[in-house]
Design a protein around this ligand. Structure first.
Ligand SMILES: Cc1cc2nc3c(=O)[nH]c(=O)nc-3n(C[C@H](O)[C@H](O)[C@H](O)COP(=O)(O)OP(=O)(O)OC[C@H]3O[C@@H](n4cnc5c(N)ncnc54)[C@H](O)[C@@H]3O)c2cc1C
Length: 276
C-alpha cells in the first residue's frame, strides 16, 4: 500500500493524517483517477463558459483585498461588496494576513515524448505506481513515484503518431536539476515500459515546491471559509488537498456569502453527496 498511498497523497514519508489517507483510498476505490480531456485548463474554461460574458477576467493579479475593494498589480482597483479569495494557500495568506500557511509537498512532473506507441501493443491505458526502490535496491536509480501514458488516457495531449509519457517525482528528489532527474528517470522508465527510452524527448519538467498542501494529523478538513462578513476564502487548503476539497470549500464559502447577504442558501450538492 505504501507506494500507492505515496502516489495518491504526493507524500513519500506518509506523514498525512490516516483519516485523510482513508478518505483518499475511498475516493480512489470509488472513482479511480482522472485527468480532464484537453488538459488541466479545460476545467476553469468550462466553469467560466457557464457564466455571463465578462464575468471572469484572467491574467489579473490581486495585490490586496478588503470587504469593499480588490487592488490589482496592473489593472487598477475594483470596487465590490464582498471578496472570496480562491488562490493557493501562500497567496491567500499574503492577501489575508493571519491566515495559516501549511507545509507543502513538492512535486516535479516530467513529460517525455516518444515516436512510437508505449508500451508496444498495450491493450489499454495504465497507471504504474513504482515501488520507490529499484529491483537491485538502488533508490538513486529510481526517482519516479508514478507514471502513465498520458496520450493513451487523453489522445489530445500528443501530436498524432506520438506518445506522451508523464511521470511524477516526489519528495526531496523533486528539487534535483531537471537534467539529472531526466537521466535517472529514463533507466527506470525503460524497465517500467519494457522499451528503450534513449530516443525519448524531454518536453518539459515542471517543479512546484508548494504543489500539495500537507495534511498531517490532526487534519481539519473543514477550516473556516469566512474571515469576516464580506471577506471569504476557499481552496483545497481549507478542506483536503484535492480538486474535490477545493470545490467543497467553495460550496461552503458560497453558502456563507448567501447567508451573510440574506439570500436563501441551499445545501451544496457535494456536501449532500458526502453526507449520503
Ligand atoms: C503537479 C500537480 C498535478 C496535479 N494533477 C492532478 C490531476 O491529474 N488530476 C486531479 O484531479 N488533480 C490534480 N492535481 C490537484 C489539483 O490541481 C488541485 O487539487 C486543485 O488545482 C486545487 O484547486 P484550488 O482551487 O485550491 O487551487 P488552484 O487550482 O491552484 O487555483 C488557485 C488559482 O489562484 C490563482 N492566483 C494565485 N495568486 C493570485 C493572485 N494574487 N491574484 C489572482 N489570482 C491568483 C492561481 O493562478 C490559480 O489559478 C494536481 C496538482 C499538482 C500540484
Amino acid at each position: 500500500m505504501r507506494p500507492l498511498l505515496t502516489a495518491l497523497l504526493s507524500d513519500p514519508d506518509l506523514t498525512t493524517s490516516s483519516r485523510v489517507a482513508d478518505l483518499t483510498l475511498r475516493g480512489f476505490a470509488r472513482g479511480g483517477l482522472c485527468v480532464p480531456a484537453g488538459g488541466q485548463a479545460t476545467v476553469p474554461e468550462l466553469l467560466a463558459a457557464a457564466l455571463p460574458d465578462g464575468t471572469v477576467r484572467t491574467g489579473v493579479r490581486a495585490t490586496s483585498v478588503s470587504t469593499h475593494a480588490v487592488a490589482t498589480e496592473r489593472h487598477g482597483t475594483f470596487p465590490c461588496e464582498a471578496v472570496l479569495v480562491a488562490t493557493g494557500a501562500r497567496s491567500a495568506a499574503a492577501l489575508l494576513p493571519g491566515l495559516r500557511v501549511p507545509d507543502f509537498h513538492p512535486v516535479t512532473v516530467l513529460h517525455h515524448a516518444a515516436e512510437e506507441p508505449v508500451p508496444l501493443g498495450a491493450p489499454e491505458p495504465s497507471f504504474t505506481v513504482c515501488a520507490g526502490r529499484d529491483e537491485d535496491g538502488a533508490e538513486d536509480a529510481a526517482p519516479v513515484s508514478h507514471t502513465w501514458v498520458a496520450s493513451a488516457v487523453d489522445p489530445s495531449r500528443a501530436e498524432p503518431g506520438r506518445t506522451l509519457v508523464t511521470s511524477v517525482v516526489l519528495g526531496e528528489r523533486s528539487a534535483e536539476p531537471p537534467a539529472a532527474l531526466d537521466k535517472a528517470a529514463r533507466g527506470q522508465l525503460a524497465r517500467v515500459y519494457g522499451t528503450s527510452t534513449d530516443r525519448w524527448e524531454l518536453l518539459a519538467a515542471y517543479h512546484d515546491p508548494d504543489a500539495v498542501p500537507a495534511m498531517p494529523a490532526p487534519h481539519d478538513p473543514c477550516r473556516p471559509v469566512r474571515v469576516l462578513s464580506g471577506l471569504y476564502v476557499c481552496g483545497e487548503h481549507r478542506d483536503t488537498s484535492t480538486p474535490r476539497g477545493a470545490l467543497v470549500s467553495a460550496e461552503r464559502a458560497t453558502e456563507q456569502i448567501l447567508r451573510d447577504f440574506g439570500r436563501p442558501a441551499v445545501p451544496g450538492q457535494l456536501a449532500q453527496e458526502a453526507a449520503a
